[in-house]
Ligand binder design. Sequence first.
Ligand code: GRF
Length: 221
Amino acid sequence: MMTLRICVLISGSGSNLQALIEARDSGRLDVEIVQVISNVASAKGLERATQAGIPCSIVEQSAFTGREDFDHALALLMATGSPDLFVFAGFMRIVGEAVLSAYAGRMINLHPSLLPLYPGLNTYQRALDAGDNEYGASIHFLTEQLDGGPVISQLRIPVEAADDVSSLQKRLAPLEHRLMVATVELFQNHKVECRDGYVSIDNESIDGPLLLEVHDKLKIA
Ligand code: GRF
């Protein structure tokens, strides 16, 4: 099995990046994190990356005249270190055509909802407002549809009567980290592909997202 080369894209705290670093360091993941890219210069995740000795790049919209220029710069930057897989972990920006066409099928994104429910922002509040009794997070292939690419993996948690945004967030975060590590591990151990709008694992399409703690291909730490 070859070491999986990954590039992680962040905008904020980078706690999912940290989970990947720790899984790498413990030997659970056979990955090389070739680069961390942030579109926010002050992102705390950049400190985590630097501390772990991972090369970092910052690409901010303010340095470019338009969205297309930004996207071209990002696409170019993403090639550094020849990653096999791009992990969007809290990257709070919609990527454009230059990135989508260059890396289709090799980008995955973590989204805090049970997709296809609640693409976009304010997912926790929207689920609470709707009175949902279940919440969760998804990792999907990144496509031109906002949070709409085929879903690879999910985790589900019950919503308690007393829950608010912050309590839900608190319960979800550590599980998101586990989902992230288990999903990257899936890519490390299997051929995971995005084919015509569905997910195929080792040449077999899956009929729904793999569930953390349910599906044996998503191992539990
Ligand atoms: C995660 O909750 C993810 O679901 C959302 O942004 C958050 C990223 O957190 N898209 P972190 O930067 O990895 O700590």
